[in-house]
Ligand binder design. Sequence first.
Ligand code: FAD
Length: 478
Amino acid sequence: MTTKNGVINDGRQMFLNGKLMEDFTDYPVLANTLKIIQNYYLLQEQKDEHSFLDNGKRYSTTFLTPKSVKDLKLKHKIYREIAENSYGLIGRGNEFLNSGIAVLPYYSDFFGANEWTNFSENLKNYAAEMKAKDLFISHALQNPQVNRALTLHENLAAGEVFSGTWVKEKNSSGIIIQGAKMVNTLAPFADELLVYNVPGLQLGDERFANAFSVPLNTKGVKIWLRKPTAKSDYTVADYPLSNLMDESDAFITFEDVFIPWERVFVEGDVEKSDQFFPKSGLFVHTAHQDEVRGLVKLEFVTALTVKVATALGLTSFLRTQEVLGKLTRNLELIRGTINWAEDSGQMENDVFTPNMQALLAVRDILPEMYREVIITLQEFSGGSIVAIPDVETFNAYPELLESVLNSKLISAKERIVLLNLAWEIAGESFGSRQQTYETLHGGNPMWIKIMHWQHEDLRLGNQMLDKALSDGLKGFSK
Ligand SMILES: Cc1cc2nc3c(=O)[nH]c(=O)nc-3n(C[C@H](O)[C@H](O)[C@H](O)COP(=O)(O)OP(=O)(O)OC[C@H]3O[C@@H](n4cnc5c(N)ncnc54)[C@H](O)[C@@H]3O)c2cc1C
């Protein structure tokens, strides 16, 4: 299967509502979501800038290795245009990991070799194949929270075989993986799963210290989907977002999954496993894509809030104007910081690399800004949002309901769809999941702040402070 040709019924084992899913097309929201994701491929056919020539062949621009600020700006534009297809609500489409795959070959030397394979070469070949076939890669990092008081190997010794992904056996052809990863978004749609760890493994965790890639229809890989947010009994006008898309998060288990050495990138090395995300270049380049996508989403929900406030006749109140000004101000701060991340980028490993401190600042603050929009939307739409009958009822009693819902500012039908959009974002499980995603998908917000403080360049501030301190110290007579 490939996501590009949409043949998702490829033998992958997906479980929902007590059943093994036999046919993807039985689930309309998944079929709709697939179409939205496939816009990534359509855009390459429709717009020249979405692909580039390399040695006579064309590739998605998401795989372009940035060599200048101009390249980063081009990639920003491409990320934005792809994200606009889902209003930024599909977080981890093809472009997310492609942004990192584009730089992998330049960072792969760090990963070295073992007696059976050359990890550095594997990464280079993997990146080349993903780029050539334009496969959709998703990723799974987080280990299940089995018992936080124990290390991974202690959990395993206690019989917890699903506490992470661990090597059960290895031989000259590859490794056998057993275990689980806690969250993977888009597993039903992706071709390949890239599995690795976030930092935090301990000495003794060597069996868990691995990174590899596996096709999602490989024997032994099982995808356990969370409950969908769609309400298939209702129309798209009732649920204009959740009935159109669900990027589906899933728990992934591995039972005796064979991974050939060619697809193994780290094995048995705690330090390299801990460093996989930052040292592969994936962290900073996926962050670039992710923050552009986050901005698109913030723009969408901010515009929705302003429209709701206008349609409900709230914008003549000074306080409403002030609150909306706070939301629109936030957009400029995010835009400016992403642009600064690009403009202040530097060459690293022969790759033009955005400023991670600026990207981390966006990653940290954007979820807070997102929450501010949601609270505003809830407050402003108040009772109106819960006073919307479903569309079939409206169709059955159009005259009465039309006159009840019409206003000078907005027609009844527009009011229904607009407030249903607001309800999806601010009230429904779709919106709650979107908010949770923004808060946590980039990692625990506490670590982001700590990482930011540890890496900030405070030289200019310190120079002034040193002067102020030394001037102050002159005040002592002895
Ligand atoms: C919708 C969604 C989609 C996701 N998709 C993916 C995906 O596709 N692939 C993937 O790999 N991951 C994915 N993630 C997982 C994401 O990477 C993790 O949720 C994130 O890294 C946080 O880890 P956790 O959920 O285990 O949170 P926890 O580690 O349980 O942290 C939860 C909260 O507990 C507190 N806390 C935790 N540890 C400490 C500590 N040491 N000190 C003080 N406070 C602490 C903090 O408040 C923290 O925010 C997704 C998550 C969500 C919500």
